[in-house]
Design a protein around this ligand. Structure first.
Ligand code: WQD
Length: 368
């Protein structure tokens, strides 16, 4: 299978998307981004270019459900493969607004698949999630373990995997990887890219970071009555740089047509209290916490069996929990208010010149 050259990344300005774009660019791929910036900011893409030392081919502000706008992007670039991150991803939010989650996550995926087919693009890496395993009885979880999603976010991801199963069965020319991330955390070691949630962080690590920085008073631990060793929720945290590398390998490693489902996790379970302790050690800061009620949609434990990715790709995550906390803390310190931190200097490595015009944030068909 030929190496993909031009890769379209949907949601490329998001947390995992931006780190993946930087990885793909730095490895010589050409990258086109589409993002509606509903949960991201354009500054992330400037940082991507600074980190990679190369410019994006183009970046468009659009919603993947806008088939006409998306089609114009495919008409403007020789897309070889697509990495599809665009979507909503907060468990608790999905319980509060299920229809928006199905419309964005499922509707966005079907719109993308239609346009991909129209332009004969048949390589896709899909952002799936460990949350579709639900409240499993045993750990670690392998790809053939029972799927029992318990919240709209997880159900939307499971629906997308079922759609991809049907597409691959009906269209044998498609090669699709559904990567079931466990909990991506951390930041790029440069301190330029990281997790920059809008408003109050839904996820644990960015919330801890803001408490450590003194931006918030304490962490609320969602339940201390879970059936786990210290009674708090256990998750499998994986460094976002390892997740980004996994996407690159999914694109570069030869794979036969069909649907390939792979877990991306460290195989190590960490509780809420353990993560707080690890972050205090990495930051040298106190992270006060209080026990609160369980969060709707939460499950006790999610830990990956990552052996399928290890066997298939001869690959495994290489960054440990301490590194995740250290890199997260560096980004927090360097960017107290995320990408909206004023005056954060851009690094000296300005993007190298390219042969064509760099069109950032143009809308397809415009001449800007
Ligand atoms: C982790 C643990 C909470 C916040 C995430 C992503 C989802 C998916 C899976 C990729 C849980 C507890 C949290 C807080 C807390 N990733 N917690 N206080 O829910 O596992 O889901 O990973 O697809 O996109 O959302 O992550 O960080 O929200 O929660 O006690 O303020 O921390 O109960 O046990 P979650 P999370």
């Amino acid at each position: 299978m030929s190496q993909p050259r031009t890769i379209l990344v949907t949601g490329g300005a998001g947390f995992i998307g931006s780190h993946t774009c930087a990885e793909l660019l730095s490895r010589g791929h050409d990258v086109v981004v589409v993002d509606n910036h509903e949960n991201s900011v354009p500054e992330a893409l400037h940082r991507v270019e600074s980190v990679a030392g190369r410019p994006l081919t183009a970046a468009y502000v659009l919603d993947v459900r806008d088939r006409e706008a998306l089609s114009n992007v495919f008409a403007s670039h020789p897309v070889d493969a697509v990495v599809h991150f665009a979507g909503r991803k907060a468990v608790a939010e999905s319980v509060r607004m299920p229809v928006e989650y199905y419309d964005t996550n499922v509707g966005g995926t079907t719109a993308l698949l239609e346009v991909m087919s129209e332009y004969h693009v048949h390589r896709l890496v899909f952002s799936s999630s460990c949350s579709l395993y639900g409240a499993a009885a045993h750990m670690p979880l392998a790809e053939d373990d029972r799927v029992a999603p318990v919240n709209p976010y997880a159900r939307s991801k499971w629906m997308c995997e079922q759609i991809l199963t049907d597409v691959c069965a009906h269209r044998p020319e498609f090669t699709v990887h559904a990567l079931r991330y466990f909990n991506p955390v951390g930041a790029h070691p440069s301190g330029l890219l990281g997790e920059d949630p809008l408003g109050v962080p839904d996820n644990l690590m960015p919330y801890i970071a803001q408490v450590a920085a003194g931006l918030r008073e304490h962490v609320t631990v969602f339940g201390d009555d879970w059936p786990t060793p210290d009674r708090t929720g256990v998750r499998d945290y994986i460094h976002v740089m390892d997740v980004a590398d996994g996407h690159r390998i999914a694109l570069e490693h030869p794979a036969p047509p069909g649907l390939h489902v792979l877990n991306l996790g460290s195989g190590q379970g960490t509780s809420v209290l353990q993560l707080i302790e690890a972050y205090q050690h990495a930051s040298g800061r106190s992270v006060p916490y209080r026990i609160g009620p369980r969060r709707p949609g939460d499950v006790p434990e999610l830990v990956a069996d990552g052996s399928a990715a290890a066997d298939t790709w001869n690959w495994h995550p290489i960054r440990d929990l301490a590194r995740m906390c250290q890199d997260s803390w560096r980004f927090q310190v360097d960017n107290p208010h995320g990408y909206r931190t004023p005056g954060v200097p851009r690094p000296a490595t300005e993007p190298q010149a390219t042969t064509g015009p760099i069109r950032l944030h143009a809308t397809p068909g415009s001449d800007t």
